[in-house]
Design a protein around this ligand. Sequence first.
Ligand SMILES: [Fe+2]
Ligand SMILES: [Fe+2]
Length: 285
Amino acid sequence: MRIRLMTDLHYSALAELPVKDDFYRAYLARFFEEGSEADWYLCLGDLTQYGLEEEYRSVYAIIDSLGKRSSFLHVPGNHDLLTAGPETTETWGATPPIANGFGVIDSEAAVMVFLNTCKTKSALDWGGQLGDLQLELLRNQLAQAGGRPVLVFAHHPLPDTTALSEQDMMRVENAEPLLSVMQGAAGPCFWFNGHNHIQTITSAGNWTYVQTASAICLPCWRELEILPGSIRITSHVVNDPKLYDLARQSLDGFAGFHDVPPAVALGGELDQDALWEPESDGQTA
Ligand SMILES: [Fe+2]
Ligand SMILES: [Fe+2]
């Protein structure tokens, strides 16, 4: 199974600017069309900048025009829920295996779990939260996985795992109950998130934490290849000055954004790729 994921696109229509939505169109065309065809294309939240219906409809129209809607999955970010909860935003742009921000895709190769970690209409508190719903979902899926890899996809990182996750509102705030559930995992587990806009890969126990940069700060994506007995994570950073220029012009058009320069968003050498194999007993960079 091949999964391509990006995060924090922060789509904004910018109709009043000369650049309009040219960056988003150019980036999404590359994301969906470059390289080998993936089974799933994921966004880990903040697909939109202000969570407006107009933004949802416009960005999904681009995805539709690229013919990839049926293999696209979106877990909400805090920006996506600035104007309404997922029960409403999913009427503007739905990815059906995920409903109300949650979902599970169970396959022979791995169990994929999608968690909504976001507060709704919370412009002044962009931190993450976990409740009984998330806890029970993960507890059940870890038990049912029976040692198969478990891949969790959420917008926020867990505390003290990835870049900036030691800071308030840059992480899930009440993670202790979840961490004790996570310690019971039998097989390899991965937590994929966005929100902090900087590439990071770390690991602790049988969990690997993979944070991906904002696609508008650093036009990039990650690729996951899940094979029987191995999981390979690689990074693809777009090398096209024109795309970076369009991103900069777009960023001039809106406020309330955690802007990270591309060189910082990239992280370090060890934050790009990882390989898990049973005999290696963990990740190697
Ligand atoms: Fe973001
Ligand atoms: Fe965010």
